[in-house]
Design a protein around this ligand. Structure first.
Ligand code: NAG
Ligand code: NAG
Ligand code: NAG
Ligand code: NAG
Ligand code: NAG
Ligand code: NAG
Length: 648
């Protein structure tokens, strides 16, 4: 059966093919055949700031590639517009080809003008940038298979071989350090003269299971190409390609056998497939073609793959997944209770940690569609000082929001809780500045003005670098209109609430400016706005701050645990002045949050713009400052009155 002549013939043919290919490959080939590209539909607001950052990330990526890397990420977060970028070359490229591919991608991606996100996928490399971090993303809607236009001469034998090798790579690649594998396999058919070449790759920033998930999706997508002699699958976090033509060198194949375990398919399957397939081949081909035609027609309508809209929609989580992620919303997983509901720590199946918020806003009068459109809006808010909303889940009366997880918890723990006294002066100023930036974005830069209405230290979370991220923004929009004010439970917490809002329900973004001012004082003093009255003879934090400021004794406000060498009297004065400016009344004299950002960054004090006396809510003593008893009741029950200290 085994004819030595035939084998010799085959060897010669193969050798010749490789030779031809080596000649071709000897010439540099960065493989810039464009597979996919696209721009986000959102523009950044400060284009020049963004481009400065983006250019810096591209420069950083290039430096890393120059150092023989094939995968690199970079981020630049100077100013209000952060830029995050990722590049990945197929590992079989030469370093020069990798750089050439990157260069082509950079010039192509610039076609996206002011977009805050874009990507280019070539055969040889992948480049993407966004205004928020995306490095751990793997599979996203819009992933797809991209088929070549040549049909195999022995479709069944060929696709069997492709299938087998794809399956093996799917198993092996996530287990390989660097998540890259290149492999080839002979097609066993009557002529026995073909070989398939397959490459699988995941982004190095993902996990083994993330890579696994992504490749599972990709190998599904690539099924649309079964009768084609080459095909690819692209996704945010992985890449698959097969061809009957070699696109990597023979000595660049990966030995995947040790990573297969028991799950691998072998050449035997291909042989059996080839033999069995011989008889029913016609029927099978006819069926394949039929299905592919159906699938293709769907493919076309999908349009721009990995498109911006698809990338940015909120994820709809399954209730059961969230239930198991939070151990059935167990007490042990509970992170806290907020005004809008309880928050739980969750670990998703892919190992990612999330914060799961069960909304307790009751059967709101808003329809489900409204909920979804609000969630969509909030999930499109991207700023490094604002918590990312990842997705939602709505099942029956339950409405659940899923957020990125912050291990460091909230600012109140650092100021008043178990980590009291651990923040130094510089860290405090950074937190104040970041919070101001986040608010400025919500008020002025996002395309809809979002008023937070409940700024307080408990809603400011801290990331690993102690940078602030504001939580719970946009949620007040989910409340029925009649509940948005005069109810301390939902909108605003006494002590932080601007007088015109607490009493008259007059809502403007200056309501947040007021609360921000109170938070600044708390950060400086290390005391709660509600605590001060007990300690200082019934004096309200703002009153006390004003009196000390007026008598030029503002330094007394600073928390005693702070090292006096870390700050100057002028710096303290400036921060107190900013806080007092933010809490002035009427609301119109308070600075906007972008002005606050400028003031914080400026040098010296507000000589030419001294604050006037603050306005504050002076309520019944039992409501004043005691948020725990007032949370259920309405502030309108208390005899609230606006007390504007008269200017002398
Ligand atoms: C960024 O780089 C591009 C291309 O090199 C250049 O045209 C542009 O002026 C740069 N922008 C900034 C803000 O540096
Ligand atoms: C990108 O822009 C350049 C210059 O306008 C143009 O020549 C090129 O064809 C564009 N590329 C794509 C893929 O749109
Ligand atoms: C984004 O900016 C580009 C150019 O600056 C402009 O052509 C485009 O219309 C803008 N898109 C949106 C959605 O504002
Ligand atoms: C197949 O695609 C290549 C590259 O896109 C093109 O040059 C070639 O003409 C196509 N062949 C057929 C038969 O459509
Ligand atoms: C394999 O051989 C058949 C006929 O012998 C030929 O038609 C086909 O093009 C060959 N395929 C390759 C990849 O050389
Ligand atoms: C692969 O082979 C080529 C040419 O034979 C050689 O230049 C190259 O160094 C080899 N690469 C590896 C990784 O062995």
């Amino acid at each position: 059966m085994n004819n030595p002549h035939r084998n010799m013939d085959m060897v010669l043919k193969l050798t010749f093919t490789w030779w031809l290919w080596w000649l071709r490959l000897g010439v540099a080939d960065p493989q810039i055949n464009l597979l996919n590209s696209g721009c986000s539909q959102y523009n950044v607001s400060d284009v020049s700031n963004f481009y400065t950052n983006l250019n810096a990330t591209f420069l950083d990526l290039r430096t890393q590639l120059n150092n023989n890397k094939y995968f690199a990420t970079a981020q630049q977060v100077v100013g209000s517009e952060s830029a995050y970028a990722l590049v990945q070359c197929r590992n079989y490229l030469s370093n020069a080809d990798c750089l050439a591919c990157f260069t082509a991608a950079v010039s192509q991606i610039r076609n996206c003008s002011a977009a805050n996100g874009a990507r280019v996928i070539y055969d040889g490399c992948f480049l993407r940038y966004e205004s928020n971090s995306f490095f751990d993303q793997t599979t996203l809607p819009g992933n797809q298979g991209i088929c070549g236009n040549r049909t195999a001469s022995q479709p069944h034998a060929f696709s069997t071989a492709v299938d087998g090798l794809l399956k093996d790579l799917q198993v092996a690649t996530p287990r390989i350090n660097g998540f890259f594998a290149a492999s080839k396999r002979e097609v066993v058919d009557s002529s026995g003269n073909a070989t398939v070449y397959v490459v699988a790759q995941c982004v190095e920033t993902t996990t083994e299971s993330g890579c696994q998930n992504c490749l599972n999706v990709a190998s599904n997508s690539i099924q649309v190409c079964v009768t084609n002699i080459d095909g690819r699958a692209v996704d945010a976090g992985c890449f698959l390609r097969y061809s009957d033509k070699p696109f990597f060198a023979d000595n660049q194949t990966t030995d995947i056998s040790s990573f297969l375990g028991n799950g691998g398919s072998s050449n035997k399957n291909a042989i059996i497939g080839g033999v069995v397939g011989g008889g029913g081949a016609l029927l099978i081909i006819a069926l394949f073609v039929f299905f592919i035609m159906i699938r293709r027609s769907k493919e076309v309508r999908r349009g721009d793959i990995l498109g911006a809209t698809e990338l940015r929609g909120p994820v709809n989580y399954k209730y059961n997944d969230l239930k198991s992620a939070t151990k059935n919303f167990s007490e042990e997983n509970k992170l806290g209770e907020g005004g809008f509901g309880d928050v739980y720590k969750g670990t998703l199946k892919n190992g990612k940690m999330v914060a799961v918020k069960k909304l307790a806003i009751g059967q709101s009068s808003r329809a489900k569609a409204d909920f979804e459109s609000e969630v969509k809006l909030i999930s499109n808010v991207h700023h490094r000082n604002l918590i990312r909303l990842l997705g939602c889940c709505s099942k029956g009366p339950e409405q659940i929001l899923v957020y990125e997880y912050m291990a460091n918890s909230s600012l109140d723990r650092f100021l008043f809780g178990e980590r009291r006294g651990s923040l130094n002066w510089k860290q405090r100023i950074d937190i104040i500045l970041g919070t101001a930036r986040g608010l400025a974005y919500l008020h002025e830069e996002f395309h809809v003005c979002i008023i937070h209405r409940d700024i307080k230290t408990g809603n400011i979370l801290l990331d690993d670098d102690l940078q602030p991220k504001i939580a719970d923004f946009g949620l007040a929009r989910l409340l029925p209109e009649d509940k948005t004010h005069l109810s301390t439970k939902f909108a605003g917490t006494l002590g932080y609430t601007a007088p015109e809002y607490a009493i008259h329900g007059q809502l403007s973004e200056k309501v947040d400016t007021y609360s921000f001012g109170v938070v600044v004082l708390e950060i400086i003093c290390g005391r709660k706005t509600s605590e001060v009255q007990h300690v200082f003879d019934g004096e309200y934090l703002l009153e006390r701050a004003w009196k000390l400021y007026e008598n030029n004794k503002h330094s007394e406000l600073v928390e005693e645990t702070l090292n006096p060498e870390e700050y100057t009297v002028e710096e303290v004065k400036k921060m107190v002045e900013i806080a007092l400016m933010c809490t002035q009344s009427p609301a119109s004299v308070r600075p906007s949050m972008s002005e606050v950002v400028v003031l914080i960054k400026s040098k010296g004090s507000m000589e030419n713009r001294p604050p006037t006396k603050p306005g504050f809510v002076d309520t019944d003593r039992k409501v004043r400052g005691d948020t725990s008893t007032s949370t259920g009741s309405s502030a309108s029950n208390a005899t609230a009155s606006i007390s504007q200290l008269s200017a002398r």
